[in-house]
Ligand binder design. Sequence first.
Ligand code: LLP
Length: 431
Amino acid sequence: MSTLYPVSLTTSPEGPMCLADIPLPKLAAKYGTPLYVMDRETLAKNCRDYTQALAKFYPNSLVVFAGKANLNLGLLNILAQEHLGVDVVSGGELFTALRSKIPAQHVLFHGNNKSSSELEMAIRHGIRIMVDHEEELVQILGLAKTLEKTAQIMLRLKPEIEAHTHDYIKTGHIDSKFGLDKRDLIRLVNWIKSEPSLHLKGLHSHIGSQIFDLEPFEDLAQIMTQHMATVKAECEIELEELNLGGGIGIQYTTQDDPPSIGLYIEKLTTKLKACCAELGIAQPRLILEPGRSIVGTAGVTLYSVGAVKSIPGIKDYVFVDGGMADNPRPMMYQAQYTFSVADKPHETPSRIYTIAGKYCESGDILAKDVKLPEVNVGDTLVVFDTGAYNYSMASHYNRSAKPAMIVVENGQDRVLVRRETYEDLLRYDEE
Ligand code: LLP
């Protein structure tokens, strides 16, 4: 079954495409475009695919959403209803998480260069900190002592696995800017052990993003449990938690064939349990940090077509009222997406178009050679699977106001993030 489309997407033989029973052109007219629309039912399904598979195969676990994929209060509150935690990578994300309904003990703090004030905020609230390097450990210790708190920490290790993915989004390899070298592990654990202001919860590692192959995840489970066994043998500490990061891929086009979340969990936890048994260590609490696979397929972007420009014998452009500012991924990663005309899902795709954004840059092309029915000015173009790393990477390029994000469920729609206004754009300007 295709996971390209949100669960509640429907098309009737006559009418426009609907999401949660609401016609997409109607949402475009009500909220304006570009518009990010999140489908509550898909969010629930993605979260439950994780939580239900874990309940079956590895109940001692916690799923934390990688907030960098898409972070706002309303969305976090939905994920809190689905019993997910959140991982944050900046003071701003941490501040948002602390204001949401996700409990502090389900918030994890990442980053390779956290500032003192960010670390202080985390320590004050008892947030687990993923330690990236030794200097950071020194800093955390100093702050914890000053604040008279015990800092909850996990050590982030380089997994030294090269998962097959786009070069820019690999984080596991040895020259990565993220994480500690395994050769420093035992010395650091012994040091942490001697400091009452530090509580070492466990180890963390993350191999990359948009990965379809399950083997690197199984290898990671093996490598990390071996590290846990070494810590047990050499430091006499049985670590409570193991965080294996995120990274499972999603389907953006019919060419993509990701494994199901259920299969990923089954394979990963089977390997993890086998490794623990083999190495004689207790099964740790498993933490996973999926981002894309929670929100990616739940989101679509709606654009209005402003013009169709034909260059005879060369190409036909469809101009939309957004582009690289609301979705930089095609330009940054050559990311591919699936497009439809929401007003005419029943019409046969008979034309080939290049979908161009409105920004002042020739490279602002969302996609080339897209097969669609004849597109007319005023049509609503829908782009699927834009729920992850679109809004969170959006910019104000060309002084554009960021679009609104809404959520739909059972015929109801509500705003998660308001559309920015021109006044908002001037808010920080001094004359
Ligand atoms: N945990 C850590 C430590 C991470 O660095 C990431 C993503 C995740 C979890 C979540 O990975 P996911 O499940 O979403 O694959 N901007 C890029 C993706 C960058 C991913 C960075 N780290 C994109 O648009 O494809």
